[in-house]
Design a binder for this molecule. Structure first.
Ligand SMILES: NC(=O)c1ccc[n+]([C@@H]2O[C@H](COP(=O)([O-])OP(=O)(O)OC[C@H]3O[C@@H](n4cnc5c(N)ncnc54)[C@H](OP(=O)(O)O)[C@@H]3O)[C@@H](O)[C@H]2O)c1
Length: 264
């Protein structure tokens, strides 16, 4: 994908990763339509990336928000959709009420599927187009304490792979990105404490955004970031019982952090 000619709808544009993606994609020459919920944050991000870009506010978990974003994307001439908006969801599954589970599934899985469907006819009409879905290592290495989030991200991975295969005879590329932990506001203090206790690696949003920009420029369908996470995700595919055992050893620590209500 030549980013000089790209016109990109970026969701979650004011979040930790989204803002860094906006900066780096703009530097690479792309024109951006930023989607978020907070007008002031959007204006600040537009201020950081210069002229020729635009923004819109929408709650993307509502069908109206998705329709507005798709309409704005059409008017902006978008040929790349980056489904980046998401929320975390650390906690024991039986302690999460259904509205929490539903919100996790909605923004992390249903929204990318809806937005993709609304934008596909326009994307198919562009000479070159791409859909980038921001997944997670937990989509291939489902993790205790992140049950609903892992389900959503595993669903997003399956959606990305099936859609890529369905669009193989078109010029629309489907790219699935699976980063490991990133140092952004998505992670609560409890998650950060858990990552320290388990010695989980955590990347900077700048480093992850650089890898996303490279993945989009170079093409290719599946991008898993970080070692050994990439290896464990592969191992989970071929020998999940080994991962079951490894995570069972960490369960007491995960439960301890999940039940502590630290301020964000
Ligand atoms: N941080 C990590 O450890 C990590 C690891 C792997 C993958 N990821 C994935 O990376 C992506 C970006 O996450 P991040 O770390 O940058 O998180 P973040 O800093 O919390 O940003 C998330 C963004 O999503 C937007 N969003 C949430 N709910 C929305 C809704 N209903 N409608 C519209 N926008 C909504 C937020 O908008 P507001 O600004 O309006 O709140 C925010 O801009 C997510 O898909 C996440 O799952 C993150």
């Amino acid at each position: 994908m030549n980013l000089q000619n790209a016109r990109i709808l970026l969701t979650g544009a004011c979040g930790g990763l989204g803002q860094e993606l906006a900066v780096q994609l703009a530097k690479a020459g792309a024109k951006l339509l930023l989607a978020g919920r907070d007008r002031a944050k959007l204006a600040a991000t537009i201020g950081m990336i210069g002229s020729g870009h635009s923004s819109m506010t929408a709650d993307l978990t509502s069908p109206e928000g998705v329709a507005e974003a798709a309409g704005a994307a059409h008017a902006f001439g978008v040929n790349v959709l980056i489904n980046n908006a998401g929320i975390g969801g650390f906690g024991l599954y039986d302690e999460q009420d259904w509205s929490t589970v539903a919100r996790i599934l909605a923004i992390n899985l249903e929204t990318p599927m809806r937005l993709t469907q609304a934008m596909l006819p326009a994307l198919k009409a562009r000479p070159q187009a791409a859909i980038v879905n921001m997944g997670s290592t937990f989509g291939s290495l489902p993790f205790a304490g992140f049950t609903a989030y892992s389900a959503a991200k595993a669903g997003l991975r399956g959606f990305s792979q099936a859609l890529r295969r369905e669009l193989a005879d078109t010029q629309v590329a489907v790219i699935h990105i699976a980063p490991r932990a990133i140092n952004t506001p998505l992670n609560s203090d409890a998650v950060n404490a858990l990552n320290r206790a388990l010695k989980n690696n955590c990347d900077s949003p700048e480093a992850v955004a650089r890898q996303v920009v490279t993945a989009l420029s170079n093409g290719g369908g599946e991008h898993h970031f970080g070692f050994p996470e990439k290896f464990f995700a592969w191992l989970n595919g071929v020998a999940p019982a080994l991962i079951d055992r490894g995570l069972a050893d960490k369960l007491a620590v995960i439960k301890q952090h999940a039940s502590v209500r630290l301020p964000r």
